[in-house]
Unconditional design. Structure first.
Length: 457
């Protein structure tokens, strides 16, 4: 199996792109370099699907929707290589795609692929890049203008119109264009070092010896290492370090949540919506074996994963299953020093990291999740001691899930007040009131919202 065939099989499998590709690669005997190429092809083609379909249609003499599914994806995969992968020669992309079209279809499919992709390689049709700077001084970003801008940005950057419009409303047209372009670039990969086991310098040196290029991130987090050549090092070494808890894959923005919460040795910390415990592990390392951690989630499978990982944590964790919108088990602390609320959300901030997310989300998702978030936040606040603190976090840039949820909570509970968070001196992060927002796609990172709250003494 070639890298291109692995990518095509993953695209045809549908559903979760990363999961489908993992299943395909498990049965394929590919080098690390080819595995990396398959990943780039599958994720890049899926991300760029809307733009690629527009380009293919410009070179096709029949409706794209009437083509068989295997031929559709063969054409999109070839178009991605021709239009967006400069290191792949066009003739190679055409030949390989024609071969795949024949293998997964028949000779007629191969003929269509050959004609369409040769024309595409010659003409290279692409939707025009929006130019917000060209608008006149009297232009006002009202609803009708945003709708027009969203359609142009969505087609150019391969986003649903409603997500493009949400970016424009949140960040303005010019910044939204830059963000949308960043979302289609490869995502950043970051590791968290357990500083109770070795230092960041020791970890970086060990990774360098194993062939990885790793260094500090842009947000000033002591335990964060950004890996810039994941596909080129000794992956077996990396898997061992992750398995024994010395390292954990965790995005820089996810690590920032625990950094801003700033858990200290001896404290009682409640991790609400803990999931598989990635942030829980970061809290455990910060407590350095002194303190109490209780992690809550309603997903039994995720809590099992958390319990397995917690065997390597520096601080023991009590994992409890609960519907955190309603009530907590009796074993949960009533007066925690610090609470992390990693609220369930629409995930709009991670559409650059997860190739399929942009196509699975719906315009009503932010409002739907906001209802859950309000309940989760209100219940978590009941378990903080006077003078304690709570950090509310989402991986979304939607105000409905961010400022609006926090503002309503503060209006209804006078025992709480906002606490200002200092923004790291880095590109792509901004203050929004006392809270912080990271731009999705900035330096390959994710879009997160962080709001710190203090309970009055």
């Amino acid at each position: 199996m070639t890298a291109r065939e692995a990518a095509l099989r993953a695209l045809l499998a549908g559903g979760d792109a990363a999961g489908a590709l993992d299943r395909v690669l498990t049965g394929a005997q590919l080098s690390e370099r080819d595995r990396a190429l398959a990943t780039e092809l599958a994720h890049g083609t899926l991300k760029r699907r809307r733009t690629l379909e527009w380009s293919v249609r410009a070179c096709l003499n029949k409706p794209f929707a009437k083509l068989e599914r295997s031929l559709q994806w063969s054409l999109l995969l070839g178009a991605y290589q021709i239009l967006f992968l400069e290191r792949v020669p066009a003739h190679s992309a055409v030949a390989e795609s024609v071969s795949l079209a024949r293998k997964f279809g028949h000779a007629g499919h191969a003929a269509v692929a050959n004609a369409v992709l040769r024309r595409l390689a010659r003409d290279k049709p692409l939707p025009p890049r929006p130019d917000p700077a060209s608008r006149g001084r009297d232009y006002i970003e009202k609803a009708d203008h945003i709708q027009n801008d969203a359609a142009a940005l969505g087609l150019y950057a391969s986003l649903p119109d409603w997500i493009a419009g949400a970016l424009i409303e949140r960040f303005g047209a010019s910044r939204a264009l830059a963000i949308a372009e960043n979302l289609n670039r490869p995502p950043q990969r970051a590791l968290r070092v357990d500083l109770t086991k070795w230092s960041s310098a020791q970890a970086a040196a060990a990774l360098a010896e194993a062939g990885f290029e790793a260094g500090g991130g842009r947000l000033g987090i002591p335990e964060c290492l950004v890996v810039r050549n994941v596909a080129r090092g000794d992956r077996a070494f990396l898997r061992v370090c992750v398995a024994d808890g010395r390292l954990a894959w965790q995005s820089e923005e996810s690590q920032l949540a625990v950094h801003l919460l700033d858990p200290k040795p001896g404290e009682t910390v409640l991790d609400v919506c803990a999931g598989r415990g990635v942030k829980t592990g970061a809290i455990a390392a910060r407590l350095r074996g002194s303190g109490t951690i209780v992690a809550l989630d309603d997903d039994a499978a995720k809590l099992e994963s958390l319990a397995a990982a917690a065997q390597h944590f520096a601080t023991p964790v009590t994992a409890l299953r609960a519907d955190v919108r309603v009530s907590y088990p009796a074993a949960a602390p009533r007066a925690a020093d610090a609470v992390l609320v990693d609220a369930p959300c629409s995930g709009l901030g991670v559409i650059g990291r997860r190739a399929d997310v942009r196509w699975r989300k719906r315009p009503q998702d932010p409002a739907r999740f906001a209802t859950v978030q309000r309940a989760v936040l209100a219940r978590a606040a009941e378990h903080v001691r006077p003078g304690g603190r709570l950090l509310y976090v989402t991986c979304s840039f939607s105000p409905a899930e961010d400022e609006d949820v926090v503002a309503e909570f503060l209006r209804t509970d006078a025992s709480w007040r906002p606490a200002a968070l200092a923004a790291p001196a880095a590109a792509g992060i901004r203050a929004t009131g006392s809270a912080l927002l990271t731009e999705p796609g900035a330096e390959g990172g994710d879009g997160f919202y962080y709001a710190a709250l203090e309970k009055r003494s």
